[in-house]
Design a protein around this ligand. Structure first.
Ligand SMILES: [Zn+2]
Length: 354
């Protein structure tokens, strides 16, 4: 028994040493400039130091200052963007940055729609035109034949109720607050879903809310020039450092991001750019580039599949690539001599990924 234990001990320690030298991550650093972090070679999967091995995780970084959805409805645009980028892997992070101006700005298209609605309301009130389908209140289910009456009803009843609920939650503390949130959650959700089609947002056209609804983490920066760029770049680099993603998607035409994309490529990450400048600096650096219209029309999805195919081929070629490093090879050979015969049959790769 003691002999067996000793053997196990020897087996494990030698195996650990061997793994540290020839595990696939170390060999990867021969052509990538990853700096191995402490704990990265740890065999314990539950270790907090062990970073998650990311496979095909995609992060979308949206420079809203440079590429706002403008004439397109923000929610639909964001959903389509996510759908197209899902061809590259699992979209785990969606981040959008802009200064206050982007969120308070109302695009021309939206302004025209609002004007049109105003004229229609006036005509309805004078009895010149009549709506074929009544306006349905999605909170209480009542029907209205005048848009103005419908909006007034919504404001006087449902908006007031919502404000009351929010105030109650705001002034409650501890358990009471939790109870209230639970009690009102359904009603508040119903209101939120209905309000966006009825009331005009007080500021802007609801860009931030719509992007959040589509799953984006939206961040407002100060109005200083380049503030969004700097924040976005820091976020990208931070994510690279923590190696959370395998594929980085940047929505921008701003050539200031060239360096970040180059850095991502050096770190063996895949890069995708979404923008309108077809011959722009960013698209020349990135592995793949799409235009806004390709995303919105769903064309990008098809093209993405062929890009992924190319990436797979490239990965296989990289794995076949073999560079001779006398020092590493010597260490491996020395250790192999020390290891008892049985360990030679151990599937190292299986141990790591397992
Ligand atoms: Zn109602």
């Amino acid at each position: 028994m003691v002999v067996l234990l000793k053997f196990c001990e020897l087996f494990c320690t030698t195996q650990l040493k061997t793994l540290q030298i020839i595990n696939p991550f170390t060999s990867l650093s021969r052509f990538c400039h990853f700096v191995s972090k402490p704990g990265f070679n740890s065999l314990d999967p539950s270790s907090p130091l062990r970073p998650k091995i990311t496979k095909n995780n995609v992060a979308i970084f949206w420079d809203l200052d440079n590429k706002p959805p403008n004439s397109f409805p923000p929610y639909n645009t964001a959903v389509k963007l996510k759908a197209a980028m899902a061809s590259f892997g699992v979209v785990r992070y969606m981040v959008a940055y802009a200064n206050h101006h982007a969120f308070t700005h109302v695009p021309q298209v939206v302004r025209e729609q609002r004007k049109e609605r105003k004229i229609l309301n006036q005509l309805e009130n004078r009895g010149v035109i009549k709506t074929v389908e009544p306006y349905l209140c999605r909170v209480c289910g009542r029907n209205f034949y005048s848009n103005e009456k419908f909006v007034n009803h919504f404001k006087q009843i449902h908006e007031r109720e919502q404000i009351k609920r929010l105030n109650q939650i705001e002034s409650a503390r501890g358990k009471m607050r939790v109870k209230l949130v639970a009690k009102y959650s359904m009603k508040m959700e119903k209101y939120k879903n209905a309000v966006r089609d009825v009331l005009t947002p007080k500021v802007g056209y609801g860009l931030a809310d719509e992007l959040k609804r589509a799953g984006f983490w939206v961040h407002t920066v100060s109005n200083k020039p380049q503030a969004a760029d700097v924040a976005l770049k820091n976020h990208m680099v931070g994510m690279m450092d923590r190696r959370r993603v395998e594929c980085m998607v940047l929505v921008s035409d701003d050539s200031d991001f060239v360096d970040v994309l180059k850095e991502a490529k050096l770190r063996c990450l895949k890069t995708v750019v979404v923008g309108d400048m077809n011959d722009g600096a960013l698209k020349r650096v990135a592995d793949a580039g799409f235009s806004w219209s390709e995303i919105l029309m769903g064309k990008a999805k098809k093209e993405a599949e062929s890009v992924v195919g190319k990436w797979k081929d490239r990965d296989i070629l990289k794995r076949l690539e073999w560079t001779y490093n006398p020092e590493v090879e010597k260490k491996v050979n020395d250790l192999e001599d020390e290891v008892v015969e049985e360990t030679q049959n151990v599937d190292f790769e299986g141990n790591v990924s397992g």
